[in-house]
Design a protein around this ligand. Structure first.
Ligand code: ATP
Ligand code: MG
Length: 630
């Protein structure tokens, strides 16, 4: 057995022994008395009896060795500012924020909603909540008032922390009016609103409710706020899933299990060391931002870069310039961002000294082969796909190079990570054994530390949504469809909802999309299954063309459509050939960059597309509507 296989085996078969060891990667005020309490499945309680604090582990415990080293590097190409906070500086700011939140009435267990752009104050607010045992609920700053209102309603925050405005591509996006509207729409009203004033937009201050961070901070320049030691199982935060498949689910995370899971992943998966710099290009509004902009790197004693701005402004080399400047060793991004960079001048990648960088991790959606090949060829560094969910907080599938160097396979996010007993299940609810099997990706309970505890205030929904019984045991469904090859590597084929059934043949949308995107003139594509009287379902593709100038007339459209179909015929076979290939300017995506296939499918079938609150650009869906109506 290889070193990693043994590591994984032990994490499952000697679960408690394995995780007791990992628990030593973090500081505890009092040590846990039980590693895992799984007496009430599928609910798992990790490190029961232990008390700890996330902020202590992320900040305070590093003061001894690295008080003067960089901890938080807040870069904005929107306001052209770079602020570097050392661990000591971050410690001071977090205490100021904690003191202000306490003044505004926040106590242990209270919720604080954070609706902020990617500025340092957002990190202060998250860490300050953790420090005093308050539960933060970060709402992505790009959401408008409706989405925000429903999250205020659900989390019932005592305080909301926000700002006057964000900025995107040089355009100021005002937050305050959206926040005011959201509060008026919500039946729950926060006791106070704390505002960072970036002087980007004028604010309408509501007397008695709204407070300015800058002014309150002045009162607490030297206030000491000790960490509140909380139970390991104390909720640290709630966060909504991206809403790709429907109404977002409110994920609740614990404290101790999360700290251990992140510390372990920094060591075994991301291989980041204290004193180095980590750069995740995500947003604090998403789970990657929670785990790998804020908590993970800081727990590991690394400096973390928080970036506000576009990947292409002032030019497509901006991220690489940051890698050079801050000697980034570990970088984390998403395939959607890489596709954006791929359209830029390739010379930008060789302009900077990237010698510090050891690996680029990508997650969030399937990494298609052309994108993987491009970035791997240009960067000449390991590109490591990893597969996980808001629900799990850290990778389910990946490569744990910290345990054993293992080759990646293109198109595969790798093998089950330690702690996850991953299995494939067929339609009849039976486990599929052996290699070369296709099924729903499931995880046997208990989920490892760091995963969701429950759906916020809805245990019933947690059990009913995610869990089913297999051979008398609870198994968790990822709602993703995958293949396991003979070497135990998994390939994600798409969401279970996205599986297309053409005349009895089941195909993942991903398989067809992969084939189509290998056509040299296709930059991106979404495939959906559309109801068909004859075949049950047919595949329909919507593709973005790299060079749209070739589409001069109907004949040119038809020619490209035929070419694309031919590519599918040659790679998958005629069974996968889409009934239609339509060309569009842009595809409908969530704000986190995920394809909204369910919305496209609904439109194609003339149904209501449902919850679209997380959609980026409504015009994208409109174009598809127009095309299908025509
Ligand atoms: P919702 O659950 O609300 O529909 P969502 O599933 O998009 O939204 P997230 O938790 O942000 O919300 O995304 C997790 C999903 O993203 C996974 O279940 C999977 O479908 C997809 N995903 C994440 N990483 C990868 C990856 N490396 N390869 C393929 N798919 C991935
Ligand atoms: Mg999901």
């Amino acid at each position: 057995m290889t070193a990693y296989a043994e590591f994984h085996r032990r994490s499952i078969q000697d679960r408690d022994g394995f995780w007791a060891e990992q628990a030593q990667l973090v500081d505890w005020k009092s040590a846990p008395t039980q590693v895992c309490d799984y007496s009430n499945p599928p609910f798992a309680k990790w490190f029961v009896g232990g008390t700890t604090n996330l902020c202590h582990n992320a900040v305070d415990r590093h003061l001894k060795d690295r008080a003067g080293q960089a901890a938080l590097i807040a870069v904005s190409t929107e306001t052209n500012t770079e602020r570097v906070y050392t661990f000591a500086g971050l410690h001071a700011e977090v205490q100021r924020m904690a003191a202000v939140l306490k003044d505004l009435g926040v106590q242990k267990g209270d919720r604080v909603l954070i609706y902020m752009p990617m500025i340092a104050e957002a990190a202060f607010a998250m860490l300050a909540c953790a420090r005093i045992g308050a539960i933060h609920s970060v709402v992505f700053g790009g959401f408008a008032s409706g989405s925000l209102a429903s999250r205020i309603e659900d989390s019932e925050p005592k305080v909301i922390v926000s700002a006057d405005a964000g900025s995107r591509g040089g355009k100021v996006v005002e937050y305050k009016p959206l926040l005011d509207e959201a509060i008026s729409l919500s039946s729950h009203k926060p006791g106070a609103v704390l505002l960072a004033d970036r002087k980007l937009a004028a604010m309408n201050i509501v007397a008695g409710r709204d407070h300015l961070w800058g002014a309150l901070r002045e009162k607490h320049l030297n206030t000491v706020v000790p960490c509140e030691w909380v139970e390991s199982t104390h909720p640290s935060y709630t966060l909504y899933t991206s809403g790709t498949t429907g109404k977002p689910k409110g994920v609740q995370r614990d404290t101790g299990g999360y700290a251990v899971a992140l510390a372990a992943s920094m060591k075994h998966i991301y291989c980041g060391n204290a004193g180095e710099t980590y750069f995740s290009t995500s947003d604090i509004g998403w789970v990657v931002g929670h785990s790998y902009i804020i908590y993970g790197p800081l727990i590991a004693g690394m400096a973390t870069i928080m970036y506000e701005g576009l990947p292409t402004r002032p030019d497509g080399g901006i991220w690489w310039s940051l890698v050079e400047k801050y000697k980034v060793t570990v970088m984390f991004s998403a395939p959607t961002a890489v596709r954006v960079l791929k359209k830029q001048d390739p010379a930008l990648l060789t302009k900077y000294d990237l010698s510090s960088l050891r690996a680029l991790f990508l997650a969030g959606e399937p990494l298609d082969e052309p994108t993987a090949q491009w970035i791997s060829g240009s960067l000449k560094k390991p590109i490591i796909d990893n597969y996980w969910q808001t629900e799990t907080g850290w990778p389910i599938l990946g490569i744990a190079n910290g345990v054993e160097q293992k080759a990646s396979k293109f198109g595969s996010p790798g093998v089950p990570m330690y702690g996850y007993n991953v299995m494939l299940m067929d339609d009849a609810g039976e486990e599929l054994v052996g290699g070369d099997k296709k099924g729903v990706v499931m995880v046997e309970g208990p989920l490892p530390p760091g995963c969701m505890q429950t759906v916020w205030r809805d245990d019933d929904r947690f059990v009913k949504t995610y869990w089913q019984k297999l051979n008398g045991k609870y198994v968790y469904s990822t709602f993703d469809w995958g293949v396991r090859d003979a070497d135990g590597y998994y390939f994600i084929l798409g969401r279970t909802d996205d599986v297309i059934n053409v005349a009895g043949h089941r195909l993942g949308t991903r398989e067809i999309e992969e084939a189509i995107s290998s056509h040299p003139n296709i930059s991106e594509v979404a495939v959906v299954g559309v109801a068909d009287n004859l075949k049950g379902q047919v595949a329909v593709a919507f593709a973005v063309v790299k060079d749209a100038s070739v589409l001069v007339d109907d004949a040119a459209h038809a020619k490209l459509e035929a070419e694309v179909m031919k590519v599918v015929d040659n790679t998958i076979g005629a069974v996968g050939r889409p009934a239609r290939v339509r060309f569009v300017a842009v595809l409908p995506k969530t704000r986190s960059g995920k394809l909204l296939r369910r919305a496209i499918q609904a439109v194609c079938e003339g149904r209501d597309p449902g919850d679209l609150t997380t959609m980026e650009d409504p015009a994208a869906l409109q174009q598809i509507k127009d095309l299908t109506a025509a």
